[in-house]
Design a binder for this molecule. Sequence first.
Ligand code: KMH
Ligand code: ZN
Length: 276
Amino acid sequence: MNKLIITCAISGAEVTKQDNSFVPYTIEETAQEAYEAYKAGAAVIHLHVRNDDGSPTQDKQRYQQAINAIKERCPDVIIQPSTGGALGMSRDERLQPTELSIEMATLDCGTLNFGGDDIFVNTENDIKYFAQIMKEKDISPELECFEKGHIDMVLRLYKKGFIHAPLHFSFVLGVNGGMTGEERDFHFLRESIPADATFSVAGIGRYEFPLADLSIRYGGHVRVGLEDNIYLSKGVLAQGNKELVAKVVEMAKLYNREIATPQEARQILNLKEKNK
Ligand code: KMH
Ligand code: ZN
């Protein structure tokens, strides 16, 4: 089987230090969490940045500082900034990291409820706009799909030429308002994408490790991290992102699935490497 790409979503925009004290806010904390996740086996860092007080920002200078600090510690790691940002941000605010020299970024492929009164808005026109900008800048989109309708949206836009191959999907499952991450959901989604597409799973909360297990067994890739889940096991808070990554590395050993280095991940995902 192909090697396993582990992505680590080290901070997100919503989780706080009150939830888990290892959630990084400062540039130093962000770089250290990324480095430790990389050392544990992550090839890709899914990156959100925060102000020092923990508030989320898509400020491109803040991203550049974080990227520089991460690259100083682990020059070869793949950094995948978020264009989802935080709930309520405008699309141009969210797109700021695409102005930097980056290989990859997320592209959120549909609107969904996000718990309570919150809505994560990604209209069809938003998706076309984001995809167009990423195409112009040679940034490979990770196609974040929170339910099956989002995959259908990708396939429609792909047919119409707004989204381009290679298609790399991320099934983000378990958001309150999106699709659950049960085994049947996983199979439904992986069977709904083209055979030559690659995919990764990001299970929210209790879905993180069961989905990782399925994806390891069925040739997909895995994302873990404090953005998605703060527990190492039931009731036990993770002592940093590295523990979540290390747990996936151990799970992969059970199935003899080797872990991809960043360079191997670039080949699997067909990324165009860029300088800082
Ligand atoms: N913070 C969420 C509202 C992404 O990174 O592209 C959106 C998110 C998705 O985290
Ligand atoms: Zn994110």
